[in-house]
Design a binder for this molecule. Structure first.
Ligand SMILES: C[S@@+](CC[C@H](N)C(=O)[O-])C[C@H]1O[C@@H](n2cnc3c(N)ncnc32)[C@H](O)[C@@H]1O
Length: 252
């Protein structure tokens, strides 16, 4: 049976790979590399650096996978994501059939951890649901959330309290939930933190976490939101891309 290893590679620091991930990398015959067109050179470089640094057997292959464009979400966000996953499942199935021999091991390198805001597991399940015989396992990676907490020397939860992990889109829609004291926000392209009432909130923000370009900022949201918006825009212009994550914490 064909086998796929889904390997979390951390969110920007090649030293964040686990020993389990390094061992799995060395068992892969074919890496399937999603080509997102606009994918930032820095992300591609990290993946290449990881392969150069950790893979000892020289005979692995790299097969690009063209990622179809996602239709604009409009009012039906879930529908557009489901259609996109279905198109991706079809592309993956075709490529696995063409490029992965029976008994060979395929590898997918997933940014951060595969369990957090990543489609890979859903797509592989969709490929199996189409009837394609495939076994797979998941190697966890250090997510940007863990990198954020470490960079700020933070415990994400207050003692005995929960942490909510959500998206910029949800924060912009609903604001800071009344019943939450600690909220981690990812995928925030619209700087939702600068549009919510800042009173009683602290922010711990990080961009390019784990990478050489890493930028951190923290403080009362009312005092630092503007500065973060500015630094974010400058960094984005300088590098051509940005990924940032932050924790919002209710004071007291
Ligand atoms: C598609 S999600 C992937 C998350 C990934 N699976 C993880 O475990 O971190 C992309 C989002 O993760 C966050 N992110 C990923 N890498 C990051 C980094 N190096 N620094 C800051 N945020 C990052 C950003 O919020 C970004 O919008």
């Amino acid at each position: 049976m064909r086998r796929i290893r889904i390997i979390g590679i951390g969110a920007g620091n090649p030293e964040h790979l686990t020993l389990q991930a390094v061992r799995a990398l060395n068992e892969v015959d074919v890496f399937f590399v999603p080509d997102k067109g606009e994918e930032k050179a820095a992300l591609r470089e990290l993946r290449e650096e990881i392969c150069r640094r950790y893979i000892e057997k020289p005979a692995y292959r790299m097969v690009p996978l063209r990622v179809p464009q996602r239709a604009p979400a409009g009012s039906d966000y879930r529908g557009s994501v489901d259609d996109w996953h279905a198109a991706l499942a079809e592309s993956y199935e075709r490529l696995f059939a063409e490029e992965l021999g029976e008994g060979e091991v395929g590898g997918l390198l997933v940014w951060g951890d595969p369990a957090l805001y990543d489609s890979t597991l859903r797509i592989i399940e969709a490929v199996r649901a189409r009837g394609f015989a495939l076994d797979y396992d998941v190697i966890p990676g250090i997510s940007s959330v863990q990198a954020l907490a470490a960079a700020h020397r933070l415990v994400l939860n207050r003692i005995g309290e929960p942490v909510l992990i959500t998206t910029g889109r949800k924060l912009a829609e609903s604001g800071m939930p009344d019943d939450q004291g600690s909220v981690v926000v990812m995928l925030d392209g619209e700087q939702a933190f600068a549009k919510i009432p800042p009173e009683e909130l602290d922010i711990y923000w990080g961009a390019y976490l784990g990478a050489e370009e890493e930028i951190l900022a923290s403080g009362p949201l009312s005092e630092v939101a503007g500065e973060i918006v500015e630094r974010r825009a400058e960094a984005r212009a300088a590098h051509g891309w940005i990924m940032d994550t932050y924790l919002l914490r209710r004071k007291g």
